[in-house]
Design a protein around this ligand. Structure first.
Ligand SMILES: Cc1cc2nc3c(=O)[nH]c(=O)nc-3n(C[C@H](O)[C@H](O)[C@H](O)COP(=O)(O)OP(=O)(O)OC[C@H]3O[C@@H](n4cnc5c(N)ncnc54)[C@H](O)[C@@H]3O)c2cc1C
Length: 238
């Protein structure tokens, strides 16, 4: 299609005028009549060395994506919000046992989600507990947890460790320009990829805190391309 592909990091934007301006690698400003933002959302990690080393070898931040690979096995999940509860319930349908690690003596998840987790017989909750090490040389073989009240450490044999402590949308450079929710997800006009600034569109995980899947990201990318194309032709731009 003759796309002009350039490599670099968008480090700043100026959406005060048209053409819109984007700074690349903190050194060069480029101008565009339309901008599509697809910078994604990054999973939050605990920051353990073993978690990083075994990422992709049993450590995952997406139960819906990777849970299937551990069908019938014992797995662990860390997190206490609605997403963690939802992912634990999802895993409980696939895996023999789900060990859920919760840092406090209660969960942040909504009452209804908590009740569902508590009523699920193959989910075991470890209250006041923190994951301190993922065990295994080349793949996950267990999880070491520590009770933060007693300091007692316990090793749980598991084949996978799911981290469900949240995601961070990569939207910081657009703050102050674009409407966002409290977590930083860019707000789009429902049924479109339009943001609050004409000519600026958002697609994929940076504007989607619910589904965050490749197929939904690709679909919304297509919407953004069509919205941008329409905007350019309606305004006799290119
Ligand atoms: C472990 C894991 C497994 C998954 N498995 C599946 C699966 O099986 N099926 C499924 O449907 N989905 C899966 N997903 C989800 C899927 O990967 C995402 O929903 C999808 O990639 C989102 O696409 P995106 O284009 O919005 O963002 P991304 O794919 O995250 O792409 C964003 C891109 O923007 C770049 N970027 C960010 N900021 C800047 C900037 N300032 N300047 C320039 N570039 C920037 C990033 O480097 C990145 O390349 C998985 C996710 C994870 C983490």
């Amino acid at each position: 299609m003759g796309a002009d592909i350039r490599y670099g990091l968008a480090t700043n934007v100026d959406f005060s005028t048209h053409p819109l301006r984007v700074e690349i690698d903190e050194e060069k400003w480029i101008e565009a009549n339309a901008v599509i933002i697809s910078t994604g959302a990054s999973a939050k990690w605990l920051g353990l060395e073993s978690e990083q080393r075994l990422n992709g070898y049993g450590v995952s931040a997406c139960a819906v994506c990777d849970g299937f690979f551990f069908k019938g096995k014992e797995v662990a999940i860390v997190g206490a919000g609605d997403t963690a509860a939802e992912e634990a319930l999802y895993l409980s349908k696939l895996c023999s046992t789900v060990h859920m690690i919760v840092r406090k003596d209660q969960m942040r998840a909504s009452k209804i989600m908590q009740d569902r987790v508590l009523k699920t017989s193959n989910i075991t909750i470890y209250w006041n507990s923190e994951a301190v090490e993922v065990l295994g040389d080349v793949k996950v073989e267990g999880l070491r947890i520590k009770n933060n009240q007693t300091d007692k450490k316990t090793d749980i044999p598991v084949s996978a460790f799911f981290v469900a402590i949240g995601h961070e949308p990569n939207s910081s450079i657009f703050k102050g320009w674009l409407d966002m929710d409290e977590a930083g997800y860019i707000k789009t006009i429902p049924g479109s990829s339009k943001t609050n600034i004409a000519g600026v569109y958002a697609s994929g995980d940076v504007q989607d805190k619910i589904y965050r899947q490749a197929v939904t990201a690709a679909g919304s990318g297509c919407m953004a391309a069509l919205d941008a194309e329409r905007y350019l032709s309606e305004n006799n731009l290119h």
